[in-house]
Unconditional design. Structure first.
Lengths: 113, 113
């Protein structure tokens, strides 16, 4: 398995509170991604990064922000969590070649009450 | 933009039955194609991939997929399923040279002993 860790693995929080999820990689891959997984929707891209301090939006970016200050770390922040953000969040990495094979982290299950 | 359709949302098979899961994509250019598997409670793992060459690709655990360009399809097959194949299967497509991957909504496979 690729060296990807996510923290925390589980979190329960209340509506309106800020939440930060961390993805850490040891592969030195250039690209990092945040997805959310919901029943009936598969995986949907929230944000991705193509280098330190270089990020772009995915298809479901509203209510989320990201930061990447080091190659190995990619943070996802929910500024003010809502119940609709209850989901399982997966981080993924890729080398950034033309073939873009992605490797996934173990996931974070977030519940917003 | 690319899109992916998985027509079967839930498939139930008996052990030793043959499996075929449908995947169709829409994109006019060159694509990379993937099948990922997610076992219960786990993260996504790459099952197989197609970049170029022989349109029949073999993956891990006896799975294979066939790329039919004229039909924009990349169906997953296995001649004889096992109980341990119970999982959710995701088809994904990536436009060659771009870094975003689009996932289908997934097919849950349940294999009955």
């Amino acid at each position: 398995d690729a060296g990807i860790t996510q923290s925390p693995r589980h979190k329960v929080t209340e509506t309106g509170t800020p939440v930060t999820l961390r993805c850490h990689q040891t592969e030195n891959h250039r690209y990092m991604y945040w997805y959310r997984q919901d029943p009936g929707h598969g995986l949907r891209l929230i944000h991705y990064s193509y280098g330190v301090k270089d990020t772009d939006k995915g298809e479901v970016s509203d209510g989320y922000s990201v930061s990447r200050s080091k190659t190995e770390d990619f943070l996802l922040t929910l500024e003010s969590a809502t119940s609709s953000q209850t989901s399982v969040y997966f981080c993924a990495i890729s080398e950034g070649t033309s073939y873009n094979e992605q490797f996934f982290g173990p996931g974070t299950r977030l519940t917003v009450l | 933009a690319q899109s992916v359709s998985q027509h079967n949302h839930h498939v139930i098979l008996s052990e030793a039955a043959s499996l075929e899961l449908g995947c169709n994509y829409s994109y006019g250019g060159t694509v990379n194609l993937f099948w990922y598997v997610q076992y219960p409670g786990q993260h996504l793992q790459l099952l197989l991939k197609y970049f170029s060459g022989d349109p029949l690709v073999k993956g891990i655990k006896g799975f294979e997929a066939e790329f039919i360009k004229s039909k924009f399809s990349f169906n997953l097959r296995k001649p004889s399923v096992q109980w341990s194949d119970t999982a959710e299967y995701f088809c994904a497509v990536n436009a060659r040279g771009y870094q975003k991957v689009t996932f289908g909504t997934g097919t849950k496979l349940q294999v009955i002993p």
